[in-house]
Each structure stands twice: as C-alpha cells, then as structure tokens.
Design a protein around this ligand. Sequence first.
Ligand code: GLN
Length: 489
Amino acid sequence: MQMNLDPLTVDSARTAVVERQTSASALVDAFYRKVEAEDAAIGAYLTLCKERAYQQATRVDALADKGDALPPLAGVPIAIKDVFTTKGVRTTAGSKILANFVAPYDATAVARLEAAGAIVLGKTNCDEFAMGSSNENSGFHPVRNPHDHSRVPGGSSGGSAAVVAAGTAVASIGSDTGGSIRQPAALCGVVGLKPTYGRVSRYGLIAFASSLDHVGPFGKFVKDAALLLQSMAGRDPLDSTSADVPVPDYLEQIGEPVKGMKVGVAKEYFGEGLDPEVRAAVEAGIQELAKAGCEIVPISLPHTEYAIPAYYVVATAEASSNLARYDGVRYGFRASEGKTLSEMYRRTRDAGFGAEVKRRIMLGTYALSAGYYDAYYLKAQRVRSLLARDFEEAFGAVDAIVTPTTPTPAFKLGEKVDDPLAMYLADIYTVTANLAGIPGISIPCGKSKEGLPIGMQILGKHFAEATLFRIAHVAEHALASAPKAVVKP
Ligand code: GLN
C-alpha cells in the first residue's frame, strides 16, 4: 500500500482504519518504514516498540473485521515521551541512569490512549528527566528540528514535537513542567497543550517537579490535541492529585463562534527580549481573533517578571527530592566499584546523571537546606501565590489570554548549551501557567523570514480547556488563510 502519511490527522487516520481503506497493521508498517528512512536524521525516537504496536494493531483489525464499533482513537499511531512508563518497554527518561530500565507497569495516560485504540509506535527522546529547553540535555543524543536540522526542536519534549512535525507519528504526548509541551510545539510548528493541573493523571509519569508536572498532547491541529485529551483526562484513583472534575466533550465546542469572547493581552509578555518577528506574528494572530469578533482587552499580570526565578527554585527543590530515589539500589544503573554503600551511591549518581540534572539537584538541595528554606523555597512559594492571583484577577475580566509561546524561533544546536540562564529564559512565557496550574495551548502562528515556525500561546481558567480549543481552532483557521505577518521596521 502506498499512502501519504504526512497529511494524516487523528481523525483521518482513524477513518482510514474504520472504513478499511487500510488495516491498522498496514498503517503501522507504513509508519515504521518512514521512521526507519527518516528518523536517523532527526533522532526523535529512542525506542521503537514494534511487538506491542503490532499486537495492538491486530486487536484493532480484529474488531474492525467483525464490524464492531471502534473506539475513538482506533488505529491511530502515536508516540510517547520517554518519561512515561510503558510495561515491558524500555523507559529511560532520557537518562543514562535508566538506560536499561524496563518498566513493570503502564502510565495511566498511556493505558487510556491504548484503551481508546491508539497504537504506540515508540518512545521519544527528551531532555534528561525533562530538564531542558532544547533536547540537548538528553543522555543519548540531541533531537534536530525537522524544519531546519541545524536547530533545536525545543525541549524537554523535543522528540514528541519533532515526530508530529516530521510525520513519523500522527500525534504524541509529552510532559510540561515549565513549558516542555508548548515550547517545543511552538519551535516545531505543531499544536501542544498543557492542561490544567490534575486534569490528566501523572501516575507513571517519571517525576521531575510534582507540583508543576503536567501531561498533555501534541498534534498537527487543535482537534488532534482535543481528541487525545478526551481519552486521557479524568480522575484516576492511582494519582491522588488527579482532579475529580467531570470531563466535558471537548469536540462539541470546536467550531463554535468566538464572537463576544474577551481575550486579554498582557503587556508583560510583549516586552524586552521578544523577537520582532515573533511579536509581529502573534500580533497578527490577535488581529485575526479580533476579526472573528473577540474583544481584545489590554491587561496586566504584574508579577510576571518573578516567574522564572520562582520556577527555578520550586522546580529544582522538588527535583532534588524526587531524584533521590536513583541510588543504584531501586532502579536502573549501578556503578560497579565502590567499597561502601555511600560510595556506591556517589559513583552511581556521578556516572548516571548528566551535568544539568546534577546542577538542579545541587540548586534544589541548597534551596531546601536548613537556614535557606525560608529565604528561597518559602519565598518562591509566596511569589507563586502572587502569580496565581494575577491570573485570577485577569480572568475576572477576560475569557482567555494570548501571548507569544517563546521569545524567539528555534535557536541553533549548541547556541545556549554553555549558558544555562539564557536557556532558562526560553521558558519565560510558559512557566507562569505551570506555577498557577492553569491550562495553556500553543498553536502555529506563521513563520519567520528564515522559514522557522512561530507559536502563539492561549491561556485559560482552570479546567477551561474547551474554551482554549474553541479559540485556538478559530485562530488556526484564520491564520492558515491570513496573509503573512509583516515585520514592522
Ligand atoms: N525548560 C524548563 C526546565 O528546564 C521546563 C522543562 C519542562 O517543562 N519539563 O525546567
């Protein structure tokens, strides 16, 4: 079968299987052929799980042959960021310390996607323990941006964004602690959603910073992301922080007009450091929403400038605690030499963790240590409350807030590796939503002169994902037909 895989969406892939234009197994074959031909140049996959994929495809085909009604993601080939556990399949979190770790159970998000008929092709590359903004912190190899192989795909879910952009999976999932879904989505020109905290279970998500970690989808279009969220969302008894809030029908509102909706534009997100081309593209996106009948409301989120420092205190503190479990005893790699237990711990962690992970463990341990706890961790938590209050006040007046997703388009591999602070600033517009727990989506919004994708972020109230999809869908359609953004001199 010759099939052009590039235009496939979640919907059209499922339809092809349901209508028997292809079998799920043939579709999986076609995707693996593409992965084998094209992924070496990008490096987005760390592990392919063919046996599991074909087993699932056979199950879907058997249902289809019987003429049974098929589940909502039947036969849709997807990829999973390698921070989600997958039973019987290597799960590394992008780290050498877990290089040979085979998980004994499935993450809830993965189990739910498979229960909905999706086919997991493999596990995607990422920054080690999801710490990074460029995928260059992977313990294995970097990922290249499908739009320009000399540039980063963003991070930490760089592999999951790249497979969608490259068409080596129809859709994928990632985790977002400070921007790791939205930022790579923006840099790779795809859609990425970070839902509300608690909307999707974190069970089986290898923890980075538990109060900031979120699970969410990537797709080519808003509808793809909505379809994946629909199957993943909802209370899970295995994650006590998953929310017991009913899951609405996300598709129902997509396509509804947005006339009369109030869209906030915060001046703090359009200040110094914002690339002029990104600014022009996002402003053009906002104009399209205005044309569709949205009321554009200038707002202020006054504590925004404190978000990055607060994030890096909270995230590293939680990481230092979460990563204490990698001691060579319970999981993965163990250094062979070491005469005493503590020497074995030290050698294991020294050889197993990369430089950025060690930096964060040290920063976090420092921030939590007696005598500094109040000055750093407690203060950062207070700032976090102020940021959350900024959003609460803003959402008293608007339905959504539109910002750039990133300050610049994709940067070159190697450009920021020696400057952690410059790297941390890649998340300046995304970390606030993690600190406040509100949902955010990034959608493609034009390209730079060099042909690099630009992303526009839409933030919403807690559990207002349906509103985000609705606005994002309108913007996505308007932008597809809009004239290209012109950069003001
Ligand atoms: N880039 C941010 C960091 O390095 C966010 C990572 C993430 O969202 N997982 O912490």
